[in-house]
Design a protein. Structure first.
Length: 268
């Protein structure tokens, strides 16, 4: 399995040597006291472009089914009054299914859920980071990013639907790594960004994967956090050609956590 992962990384390493950095980061990082909660996501002020943490959208009711991991459920509003929710459902062997349901009345009632990914062979049940779901405000596509143990190896994976959950596209690996890691996703039309805890780094660091083809492939990858402190709970947002990241920073052995905001310009 180790040799397989090395082979999978070779094309990425070769390409990264030839392709310019996909983001030009601003010189200044902004820090604020506190930590990012699991129930928060990153928003951008449409007028001033300033980042802010906002509470996850909460529907009037939540989907329910047997063996649903309550801590994994997250919902997002979508176009035309629709909404989507994602979660993990535990199977008898303690592996999970990635499940997604659509609401056509803004989250008051939910249609039958569908399985977006059934490839997990892990045995940790609900003891894993929750999937992160986001609906595009331009085209209505719905994107989900999550960590599981696939048949070819553990890692962070991505899937999406372009037809309101009628079909989930083939799963795309973002990065392979055994350590359970949180991730978030944001999109703006053809551009999709996934910020993730690097499951392979010695110290907690964040990575960024970018797709300019609606998430069918991720053409660019780069580091996301700086080298100061430990970085966890990534959040990402897109606004035009601008990208914003946020994460919780802690100093090893000392100090209270801080929220770090980092902004930059994308190169398409």
């Amino acid at each position: 399995m180790r040799h397989l992962r090395l082979l999978l990384f070779v094309p990425v390493l070769v390409l990264s040597a030839c392709v310019p950095e996909p983001v030009t980061w601003d010189d200044t990082l902004t820090r604020a006291a506190g930590a990012i909660a699991d129930t928060q996501r990153l928003g951008i002020d449409p007028l001033g472009g300033r980042p802010r943490l906002v509470a996850d959208w909460a529907p009037a009711s939540w989907p329910s089914e047997p063996a649903l991991c309550a801590t994994s459920v997250r919902a997002t509003p979508a176009l035309d009054g629709q909404a989507f929710a994602s979660w993990f459902q535990v199977r008898p062997d303690s592996s999970v299914l990635l499940r997604v349901a659509r609401s056509d009345d803004g989250g008051r009632t939910w249609n039958a859920a569908s399985t977006a990914d059934s490839t997990d062979v892990g045995r940790t049940g609900c003891e894993r980071p929750a999937p992160f779901i986001s609906a595009d405000s331009v085209n209505g596509y719905v994107h989900v990013v999550y960590h599981l143990v696939g048949r070819e190896g553990a890692g962070i994976f991505f899937t999406h639907t372009m037809d309101r959950g009628g079909m989930w596209h083939a799963v795309v690996p973002i990065v392979y790594g055994d350590r359970p890691s949180a991730a978030s996703v944001a999109s703006n039309g053809d551009t999709v960004a996934v910020a993730f805890e690097d499951p392979n780094s010695r110290f907690p660091r964040l990575g960024l994967a970018l797709s300019f083809t609606q998430g069918h492939i991720f053409e660019a990858r780069t580091s996301a956090s700086d080298e100061t402190g430990e970085a966890r709970t990534p959040r990402v947002a897109l606004h035009g050609d601008r990208i914003t990241l946020a994460w919780t920073e802690t100093q090893r052995g000392a100090g209270a956590p801080r929220v770090v905001f980092r902004q930059g310009t994308l190169h398409f």
